[in-house]
Unconditional design. Structure first.
Length: 347
């Protein structure tokens, strides 16, 4: 195994690569990890056979390397819940929203969360100062201005730098258990609307999406007024879509919103046509029966049922003990599913 002088990391020899490929190919058929690795290898070979131009191959290679590195960085912290925080890199340290970001991050850490930011200045720096280096991830982007890492996260092993926005945004969403949006520019709206789109279409797991503004600031109030006037009133979004986010004016209120979201709700998983909602604490049979009257529109057939874990969930042994609420979902409205979660948390 040689070392690349430019990057000081191991470069496998041809014999080492062949040995690893042989090991994957000879793995048992029921080895799911090896099966996926075989599929990846096959895809790479097809890319090469397609005689794509050099730029296409460079894009695939760079995206793959960025994701591989990010997955490795986050893997060691997979048992810690995290909050992705978005906001302007231009917010000065004397801005009330800067202080709010600092307070929110500090309170989040006290509740057991880590924070993920873009790793730059402004709101991002405030959040990482509040959380502290040991509880922070930086998901930075290579830009000609504004986006160098802040002093709190610079040179930390939990700082990941991306060339592509799409790989960076994937990590922001994949690793987050809650989203916090502070006032910001085009980038914040890009990230915020993508988060909301994924939530609305059911392409992401349900999670709190919180818009924070300091007392006296009307940033998100004006934004919501635009959403209401130009989208809701024109029937471009549904009334229940407005429940996907909440506007708050204090760190305590934001943290409470997250805490209440996970009061009873733990996570969801689809097993075939069944939606399995894992709960931190059970609800009664009479309460389950009451769900049918209020949320029957979520059903494609049958009704809501309480049960234990399904056989397909045995690959998550740490949560098999949790009670389940299951139903055959029509998958038509992720926003209504969010309302069901809120209802169950309030019981």
């Amino acid at each position: 195994m040689k070392t690349s002088p430019a990057r000081s990391r191991p470069v496998l020899s041809n014999d080492e690569i062949l040995a690893q490929v042989r090991s994957i190919l000879e793995s048992p058929e029921d080895d799911v990890h090896a099966a996926l690795a075989k599929e990846l290898l096959s895809g790479m070979l097809r890319l090469y056979d397609a005689h794509l131009n050099l730029l296409d191959l460079k894009i695939v290679n760079r995206a793959f390397k960025e994701l591989r590195h990010a997955f490795r960085v986050f893997h060691g912290y997979r048992d810690r819940r995290k909050i992705s925080i978005f906001g302007s890199a231009r917010t000065p340290s004397d801005d009330p929203n800067y202080h709010l970001a600092f307070q929110f991050a500090r309170r989040s850490v006290e509740e057991g969360f880590m924070v993920i930011t873009g790793g730059a200045d402004g709101i991002m720096r405030a959040a990482q100062e509040g959380a502290g280096r040991e509880n922070s991830f930086g998901v930075n982007i290579m830009l000609p201005f504004e986006q160098g890492p802040n002093s709190t996260i610079a040179d930390d092993p939990k700082l990941v730098t991306f060339k592509y926005f799409f790989t960076r945004k994937l990590i922001f969403q994949k690793e987050a258990n809650a989203i916090a949006l502070f006032p910001g520019g085009f980038g914040t709206h890009d990230e915020g609307f993508e988060i909301l789109t994924l939530a609305q279409t059911g392409k992401s797991e349900p999670q709190p999406i919180i818009c924070l503004q300091a007392p006296g600031c009307d940033y998100w109030d004006e934004w919501k007024a635009f959403i209401t006037r130009q989208m809701l009133d024109r029937n471009l979004v549904s009334p229940e879509d407005m429940s996907l986010f909440k506007i708050v004016n204090s760190a305590d209120e934001a943290v409470e919103e997250i805490r209440v979201f996970y009061r009873r709700f733990h996570s969801i998983r689809y097993v075939g046509r069944q939606l399995v909602m894992r709960l931190n604490s059970p609800i009664s049979s009479s309460e389950v029966a009451g769900l049918h009257d209020q949320f029957r529109d979520l059903l494609s057939e049958g009704t809501f049922e309480l049960r234990g874990h399904l056989a397909e969930e045995l690959d998550e042994p740490d949560i098999t003990r949790l009670p389940r609420l299951t139903f055959t979902s029509n998958r038509r409205s992720a926003s209504r599913l969010r309302q069901l979660i809120d209802y169950i948390n309030r019981i």
